[in-house]
Design a protein around this ligand. Structure first.
Ligand SMILES: NC(=O)c1ccc[n+]([C@@H]2O[C@H](COP(=O)([O-])OP(=O)(O)OC[C@H]3O[C@@H](n4cnc5c(N)ncnc54)[C@H](OP(=O)(O)O)[C@@H]3O)[C@@H](O)[C@H]2O)c1
Length: 468
């Protein structure tokens, strides 16, 4: 069986067992010879038809149906692949729906979708259940799966990869992290001898959009409303702005890049709620921009990381990630930095990535992005709140003086490499880049200063260096 290597960076890949073709018109797994790379027209003239069971007809599911109907003919000409959506699983099958492809059966009965012959299931339901049970069921019977669901992969990615490897089904998830950026496709073919030491990324396009708007003077609430109107936000937008969505994606990346599971407790997560235009202006005064950063260290001991609005230097790759875009900076041992960026939110880029995965499967791609998954379960590893550098700002209350505040901070082990006094409408504010220390030390120092009334305002953001 032709097998496209699964994604790994310097990690041995598990053997993928021969795949069993699901009952149906074309045995996609048994095409002879080496499979052409996705996107390149195959040499044989007859288009391959992929029967798709679509789980979910919400924003992503509808966008996929629209793409298949508007671009299907072009795809057939360019890639020799015909996509045929045969069934659509929804919660409410009685609701009138537009955009369901001709011939597709709309149902609320998950069992009947599982039983129907299909070559691949596209999971666009969201949430953990019933998505996990359905995806596992499809994979177990050898039906390939494409999913956009980062929560599912963060929580169950390792187990699903084992089910997929056992049956030989492909599990692909390009849309799950940095929706429209071909990240897993690059990893599938490149960086194969590289051990990724760390990742610094903007993984939530909605948060990046909101922060970009706040930097230009919008309030948090109005910027989030705009993101919702544009269809960028998750169905539950608190997942975006509280950092959970980025945390799920970072956990998926950890599994794909290092083969190791990053437990939720090994990530220190803070959302972008409460970020003000003044915070962005203070960062700018220090040559920095606030970005919703997800950072993880994957080499050495147990993986750990954080998700937070963070100050990045204007010359950092992540500073160039604007609006609803995402960007992923990988730092490896054989290559220094690899940076991939592009659309990070929205149903259309998400659906476009799903189509890419479908075409790859139709052209013979197998395997999954989590080759060494399950080799090191997070088990009982302790909670981690990693140290970092900080962008601190405080408005001295008058007495004690700013010098006294700085002396207090120095006594708490917090020193500054750069500090500026800024003239703000409410009075002078000191903003500076502080040395590396753990979040607990920063929080204790802020609480101590507030308790004695030394500051009328205290804010702290993590900071990323060019070499972080
Ligand atoms: N939206 C984006 O821009 C985006 C970007 C990247 C990744 N994603 C991921 O893509 C997935 C789908 O997101 P979405 O925005 O399309 O969600 P959505 O608009 O809420 O749509 C969810 C769909 O799943 C169906 N569904 C939910 N629970 C179900 C159940 N228990 N049984 C049967 N059907 C069920 C819903 O049925 P009804 O129609 O009957 O309600 C709906 O059609 C999520 O994992 C999300 O994280 C989304």
């Amino acid at each position: 069986m032709p097998s496209v290597p699964s994604v790994a960076a310097g990690i041995p890949r598990p053997a993928v067992s021969a795949s069993r073709a699901p009952a149906g018109e074309i045995d996609l797994a048994s095409t002879s010879g080496a499979s052409p790379p996705a996107g390149r027209p195959p040499f044989d003239a007859a288009p391959r038809t992929l029967r798709v069971a679509l789980l979910g007809h919400g924003r992503v599911g509808r966008a996929l149906c629209d793409l298949v109907s508007s671009r299907g003919d072009g795809l057939e000409r360019a890639a020799g692949v015909r996509l045929r959506i045969v069934s659509v699983l929804v919660r409410d099958a009685d609701r009138r729906r537009t955009g369901v492809p001709d011939g597709a059966r709309v149902t609320g009965d998950a069992e009947s979708v599982l039983a129907e012959p299909a070559d691949v299931a596209v999971e666009a339901l969201g949430g953990l259940e019933p998505a996990a049970t359905l995806v596992d069921g499809f994979l177990a019977r050898g039906t390939h799966v494409v999913t956009a669901n980062k929560l599912l992969l963060a929580e169950r990615g390792a187990a699903l990869a084992r089910t997929a490897a056992a049956s030989g089904a492909a599990l692909r998830c390009e849309a799950s992290v940095a929706a429209g950026v071909p990240l897993f496709s690059v990893l599938e073919r490149s960086l194969r001898t590289t051990r990724i030491a760390s990742v610094a990324a903007v993984l939530n396009g909605t948060s990046n959009f909101v922060l970009s708007r706040i930097a230009r003077g919008a309030t948090f609430a109005s910027a989030l409303d705009e993101a919702r109107r544009l269809g960028l936000a998750e169905a539950d937008s608190s997942l975006d702005v509280r950092g959970s969505d980025a945390a799920h994606k970072l956990r998926v990346l950890s599994l794909a890049l290092s083969g190791r599971e990053l437990a939720a407790r090994e990530l220190d997560v803070r959302g972008i709620e409460g970020v003000r235009t003044a915070d962005c202006a203070r960062a700018a005064a220090l040559g920095r921009r606030l970005r919703p950063v997800a950072w993880a260290r994957l080499d050495g001991g147990s993986p750990h990381g954080w998700v937070a609005p963070a100050a990045v230097p204007e010359t950092h790759s992540l500073a160039s990630v604007e609006g609803a875009h995402s960007g992923v900076l990988l730092r490896g041992d054989t290559v220094e930095d690899v940076f991939l960026a592009g659309p990070g939110a929205g149903p259309v880029p998400t659906a476009a990535s799903i189509v890419d995965d479908l075409v790859a499967i139709a052209l013979g791609a197998r395997g999954n992005p989590f080759p060494a998954a399950g080799s090191a379960e997070p088990g009982t590893r302790a909670a981690r709140r990693p140290a970092s550098r900080w962008l601190l700002s405080f408005a001295p209350a008058g007495r004690p003086s700013a010098e006294d505040v700085l002396a207090f901070l120095a006594g708490a082990g917090i020193s500054f490499r750069q500090i500026r006094e800024l003239d703000e409408p409410e009075g002078p504010v000191f903003a500076g880049l502080a040395s590396e220390c753990p979040p607990d030390a920063i929080e204790r120092a802020g609480a101590g200063l507030r308790t004695v009334g030394a500051v009328r305002e205290w804010t702290a953001f993590r900071a990323v260096d060019l070499r972080s």
